[in-house]
Design a protein around this ligand. Sequence first.
Ligand code: GP9
Ligand code: MN
Length: 620
Amino acid sequence: MFRKILNNRYFITFLLLSFIITIWTLKNIYFVYELQLSPHKKFILINSTLFISIIYLSLANFKNKTRLILFGIIYSSFSLLILSDVLYERYYDSILSVYNLSQSNQVFEIFDSIASLTRTKDILYILDIILVLILYKYLNFIELPRLKKHSVVLLIPLLAILITNTLFILKSNYSTQYRVALTGVVSTHIYDVHEYVLKKLESKKYANQKIKELEIHKKFFKEQQTKQTQVAHFGNFKDANLIMIQAESFNNFLVNLKINNQEITPNLNNLIRESNYYNNIFLQIGRGNTSDAEFVANNSLIPVAPSGIYKTYPKNNYLSLANVLKKNGYITSATHGNSPSFWNRQEAYITQGFETFYHIDHKRITKDEIIGMGISDKSIFEQMSKIYKGYNSPFYSFIVTLTHHRPFDLPKKYQKLKLPNEFKGTVTGNYLQSAFYFDSALGDFINILKEEGIWDNSIFVIYGDHYGPVPSDAPEIKKLINITFDQKEMFRVPLVIHHPNQKNGKVISKLGSQLDIYPTLTSLLGIDSPLLQLGESLDTEGEGFVGFQYETTKKSFYTDKYDYVASHDGIFENGVCSHNKTKKIVNNSYCLKGYKRIVKYVEISDFILSNNVALEIITK
Ligand code: GP9
Ligand code: MN
């Protein structure tokens, strides 16, 4: 009897398929645990069963050898997809999306960054491929004639069940991590494709309906702008040059940090002593990381875009800082020492009003020193200072630095910081070493600007684009430099603004974000033409605020008094509201105002960006 069962081809097929399904299910569950969520095991098992059965049935009519090869390709591809999701999530706090397909050509450029996020245990995501292939090889020899005949008939309902099941369980306001925890990776991607198609179909209808909203938004932006005229020095620096540096991977904890009595950023610290230093500013990036930080600082809108603003809306009309200053007679330029096509900067800089883009292939830029992703910071600063000499009217120069980029590998000759032995070969050690390099490049740049007489006629701004270390570096950071690298420390970036002829420093602890950079500057420059700014001048009173659509659960926020951590299911009541000084959890009603504020900011940004109406709001 037992032997009979064992000889039954259907039973053996069932057994082997069950093994493969179990392995796939476990792999998905392992990922969920890595995300620190609890897996919905039943749903994941059902969807894994459907997924593996669908692959099995769709190959039923191929010859043995082809079938094995095809199965190998499909299973390995999906395993690599999980691994890519794991790595992407570690850096971008989200699962990959179809929108990322347009960025796949840039994988090689950021390969070093990705490689630095891999861990040895990640082998578990691909190790099973061998075992599964061995199991499948046995399965492959078993011919099930009836199944061959009916495979298509079975395939269609299974596919339909998988899709319906996915769409039934998942909701658009769930975080992508939560979607994986509920249904596994495959369904999460099915849902993503479904959202993509829906958005494409709806976008036209949406535009007509929402045009009515213009009037409401117009009023809001007018009120926002009125606030910035209340700054004591509104318009005091009319027609001053503006030099703005976006510093790569620059966390605020680097400021005034000392190791063995050596300052990590001595030049920035000096600058702070005679500038306005905003020490409570947070990132506001989306899927485009560096490029989104650029966008936010120059446009004061939330970067609501599935693949970052530069990839999703490079051709939109923007009422950006450069466009506004250009109208006021400024020469405008953006500088980024990589190739012009990298992250679509070529296109996005034109629409944002930068008349010239100085990049690695620009005829006035010499490739005299390449470090990591492009021209070294020292070289690019020096080359820009020479270009300024030719200007005879006020200018706005926006420079995005590159050398201090993950994985923070600096050539030996530039490793000038003397670090204790225990820092050797650590992420923290490399991070500090490369920050020190950036700081010395900055110091040289400031000296040149002073020598050339540009300094006193310029507003000089520097801010960090986003974090350098990632959460898994937190224990090492604690051990080596005794800094608690929690979410706030991770998201906090420095912002320093030096006014022309400013001699006295001022530390301003108002809570703000990269959204507030543009309004703070237009206030100093006394721009009174209508503007579109969600942020507020950081030199005004008022409740500090930063809300998030990316990087953490959507609609989480910090205010001066309360922090709100939104839940993965997107339901307001399920989030956690706490008093940020006492850390005591309070009733969610205290966080309702902030919640409404971030919901509104995201809605307005999405409306303006997806309908491309930045100019209409102002003119109509
Ligand atoms: C945008 C792209 C992404 O410039 O470089 O930013 P990163 O995460 O590499 O800093
Ligand atoms: Mn960056």
